[in-house]
Design a protein around this ligand. Sequence first.
Ligand code: HEM
Length: 402
Amino acid sequence: MQTIDNNLLHPQVVLDPYSYYEVVRQNDPIYWNAQWDGWIFTSYEDVRNGFQDLRLSSERVRPSKGMGSEKKQEMSSTYAILSNWLVFNDPPKHTRLRMLMMKAFTPKAITKLLPNIEETANYLINEIRTKPEGNILQSYASILPIMVISDLLGVPKEDRNLIKKWSDDLMLLVFGAADVENRHEVAKQSMDEMVDYLKKIIQDRRVNPKDDLISALVQASEDQDQLTDDEVISTCTLLVFGGHETTTNLIANGLLAFHNNRDQLELLKEKPELINTAVDEILRYDGPSKAMVRVAKEDVVIRDKHIKTGDKILLVQASANRDPNAFERPNQFDITRNPNHHLGFGRGIHYCLGAPLAVQEGRIALAKFIEAFPNYQVLDEKVEWQPTFVNRGLKHLNVKLY
Ligand code: HEM
């Protein structure tokens, strides 16, 4: 433990963040990590309060400290789009963007998608059924969310592969993939292409509105206020990104958790209705969102720690969700756990806007997969995780399908 003390990207921490953060939480639930150059919050109480503390800002999109001025200039258009993302804004801009977005992203719009999600899951299962084994992260878990978000936005079916590529490339920047050297260039190129593509669709929907989210965003208004074209573009890129990677990891992490906990898989097969509580338990036990960053807007004292204006803060959900002060038997995967007040979707004003959609997608995707392949076995002897400290996503999930 001593050698990895401050390195949040140490291979051992990436592999098993839970054991690492358990020790950290016991030692000091709010500690200064010199290597990451910020405060690490790990107890349930502090992480939950941190999400709700408006003195901690979400305005954190900025080029990294080491980036040269030429590169900063080159990346400025990409950072301009990201800085309009709801999730990276504080009130009042956040309040305005969220209100307008909620006009379009309604429970009705999500309910309307449910038959499509079922149909898409059935289609993908029939495709993968033709082979005895395969990497289902690629062929199932990552395809379903991109199809769903494309349907929701109203993007033509034939362009889904483009959307997926752009979203994957953007991830390199937003999640800060440590193992990809030219991540800035790759993300910029894809962001530019996505923006050009969306501009054309938005212009079309202004003239020919359809029954889709892009049309609804273009039309959404509140007290004579409307989203500008730039804001609609930013919002669409956020939805593609927010709706894709995280949901992929919910499905894949869930299938891995069931593989490693066969008793829970048997229980679900006996009582399929438990899929509802099972999805919440996956979000708690090994959820896609490992941690979220904030920046102190003013000097604050939390516990006995003096946090200064501008200090970075990491709210570690992966640790909070395993805190024994908040959950009984926290390291046990228990799909009957209810209530389950996990922090997998955050808390407070930034609480995940797509949570109802993600939960429905997760339920349908997992239930259909387990129904089709009730005895599936993960073949990877060693699972590999993406080396980032904010998300929890597998690199592959090779499975024998039977
Ligand atoms: C299992 C899947 C998902 C997880 C674990 C997840 C997690 C989160 C978390 C933790 C936040 C809070 C961020 C913060 O406090 O800084 C968030 C915000 C957000 N999520 Fe999700 N998300 C998921 C799926 C989705 C989907 C499917 C969509 C949309 C299609 C979506 C759209 C958003 C948006 C727009 C926000 C920003 C809300 C705001 O700032 O007010 N998410 N998500």
